[in-house]
Design a binder for this molecule. Structure first.
Ligand code: MF3
Ligand code: CO
Length: 250
């Protein structure tokens, strides 16, 4: 069941979204060669707590950290550790924050130093596919229009869309209905939903250079591409409105 949010609830989610956006802006400043993903986790966790937020990933199904930090072929759910970033890496950082009982969730992929032309293109296409999806998240469009806009754009640029993980509704819970796949399938068309004002969605294209098949590493969390080629991830929490969606995590 999709729970629509009232203006009062959206106002609280804007505050959660502000903390998430500022935390991600901070990580773009401090993530550079030689910095460990554990350092980034510590900085962002401190920032969120200082703003009165709760990092919601920590403890979620036993997840041990406040952010996900996924490097290169890691798609999502990389666990921060002592590993230091290297020149040429691409780093996806994902963070969810609860504020006053409501959650906002966003992710960005950032270049570390000088990255390859292919990596630059992957990041641009992933971010642009998210922008297109957000434009399509308007009232009276369908959920599948959002998914299709991502798939068509990404595949048109010669990249692949990850199929094993999706975006999601969001609100009091980090994960609410509906699931938001980044591609169109028969199942999606069967369960399609008309988008209505006040639906809060975490839209999150995950894309890759090679094949879309995934694998989970031995730590039971980190998702990688099977072919170990590069992957990128961008995410915003948005609210469906008449002319596209309002972005809460910007
Ligand atoms: N941001 C992720 C999502 O949208 C959640 C990370 S999983 C966690 O599903 F365990 F780290 F919380
Ligand atoms: Co999410």
């Amino acid at each position: 069941m999709i729970v629509r949010k009232s203006e009062r609830e959206i106002e609280i989610m804007r505050k959660a979204g502000r903390i998430v956006a500022d935390a991600l802006a901070m990580v773009s400043e401090v993530a550079r060669e030689g910095v460990s993903t554990e350092d980034l986790n510590t900085k962002l966790e401190e920032y969120v707590l200082q703003k009165g937020g709760i990092p919601v990933f920590k403890g979620y199904r036993g997840y041990p950290k406040s952010i996900c930090a996924s490097i290169n072929e890691e798609i999502v759910h990389g666990i921060p550790d002592q590993r230091k970033l290297s020149n040429g890496d691409i780093l996806s950082v994902d963070i969810g924050v609860e504020f006053n009982k409501y959650v906002a969730d966003a992710a960005i992929t950032i270049p570390i130093g000088e990255i390859s032309e292919e990596a630059k293109s992957l990041l641009r296409v992933c971010e642009e596919s998210l922008n297109k999806a957000i434009e399509n998240a308007c009232t009276n469009n369908k959920l599948s229009d959002v998914s299709r806009s991502i798939q068509e754009y990404v595949e048109g640029k010669g990249f692949a869309v990850i199929r094993d993980y999706t975006g999601h509704g969001i609100g009091r819970q980090m994960h609410e209905d509906p699931q938001i796949p980044n591609f169109v399938s028969k199942e999606l068309l069967k369960a399609d939903e008309i988008l209505l004002q006040g639906m809060a969605l975490a839209i999150e294209p995950m894309i890759c250079v090679g094949k879309y098949d995934t694998e989970v590493l031995g730590n039971k969390w980190t998702v990688v591409t099977k072919d170990r080629k590069l992957s990128a991830h961008f995410e915003h929490t948005v609210v469906v409105a008449e002319n596209g969606a309002e972005i809460l995590t910007i």
